[in-house]
Design a protein around this ligand. Structure first.
Ligand code: SF4
Length: 335
């Protein structure tokens, strides 16, 4: 089941860092700090709209380094959200924070105030990449915080970025492996986008940083998506959300409004190729079966996958829905 969260952004609050890629206000699409009253109002409204299905959703504090904000303020935001969780309410509270802003005391406060899931912005597990992008924490911090989060019984989520300054597809794949080894329940993967006002924007203009191409990023992220899928780790986000402020501050980089779908189409193309290779040649037409919800991903944008497969295998292809698992493709030949 997909996470259906009520997101409350806490922009750049308490964050003493200046990561190369981050202008949190732009990404969050707002620059004001929510008050406890606003948190309560948002949660109440969402609860009345969602009704019983709120039991599958979480109240999510995103956008900054939640556990690094002033402790009294952090507690007041959590206390405003907590009454809307539990029986008849949301299933819990999700927060995102930095790996070096987690310790036993903080986890105790989070536990007491209804937090159930913690996401860490790992971004990379490569020492050089972390340093070059001024993350201000180490891969060891990610490992230590992840172990502590598990020990306190929270759900662990990890976030990584691809295409950071100084990274390569190989270091990004190694990051994915290192992250998977920490057994998160969920992962978010963000291809690096250059945002106005960031260090990367300056590097880009000085020709010091070249962002990944959209094609290169889609190819890499398709591999990562397949990798996490095989490890049974849910990728709950792939690519940044489209927001008006992001579109305004976008400078360069592999951004696409349907980025995940592009990656999934790459996976389906590969799976379809494999299924077609299993059939004997000389068929005039073939039916490819896929889960009904995934038909458009197998077909690809503007039927790109179908056209290229028809050319590669010299066969007419039809797609039909069948209740089979996500990413599975079955092929049946027709004489
Ligand atoms: S730690 Fe998070 S909020 Fe702070 S600058 Fe880095 S990415 Fe932005």
């Amino acid at each position: 089941m997909k996470n259906a969260n009520v997101a409350i952004f806490v922009p750049n609050l308490g964050c003493p860092h200046a990561c190369s890629f981050c202008d949190q206000r732009e990404i969050a699409g707002q620059s004001t700090i929510p008050t406890p009253e606003e948190v309560g109002k948002t949660a109440r409204q969402a609860l009345s709209q969602l009704g019983d299905s709120a039991g599958n959703a979480e109240i999510a504090f995103f956008g900054g380094s939640f556990t690094a904000i002033e402790p009294v303020l952090m507690r007041s935001l959590l206390e405003a959200a907590a009454p809307f969780t539990g029986k008849g309410g949301f299933k819990g509270i999700r927060i995102s924070t930095r790996p070096d802003a987690i310790d036993a005391n903080i986890l105790t406060v989070l536990k007491r105030n209804g937090v159930t899931a913690i996401e860490l912005g790992a971004q990379s597990m490569d020492a050089k990449v972390l340093e070059l992008n001024y993350r201000g924490h180490t891969a060891h911090d990610v490992k230590t915080a992840s172990a502590l989060i598990h020990a306190y019984g929270f759900e662990l989520g990890l976030q990584m970025m691809t295409g950071l300054y100084g990274s390569t597809p190989e270091t990004d794949k190694a990051t994915a492996q290192a992250i998977a080894a920490l057994s998160p329940r969920t992962v978010r993967v963000y291809p690096t986008i250059i945002i106005e006002g960031t260090l990367l924007a300056r590097y880009y203009r000085e020709d010091k940083y070249i962002p990944q191409s959209l094609d290169g990023s889609v190819k890499l992220c398709a591999e990562l998506l397949e990798f996490f899928h095989k490890k049974d780790i849910q990728v709950i986000r792939l690519g940044l959300h489209a927001t008006p402020s992001l579109e305004e501050s976008y400078v360069a980089g592999p951004w696409h409004p349907a980025f995940r779908e592009l990656c999934e189409s790459v996976i389906y193309h590969k799976r379809a190729e494999k299924a077609l290779e299993g059939l004997h040649r000389g068929l005039r037409s073939v039916v490819l079966y896929v889960n009904p919800r995934e038909i458009s991903k197998l077909a690809g944008q503007h039927r790109k996958n179908i056209l290229s497969l028809e050319e590669e295998f010299n066969v007419k292809i039809k797609i039909c829905g069948r209740e089979i698992p996500e990413y599975a493709v079955e092929a049946e030949g027709m004489e």
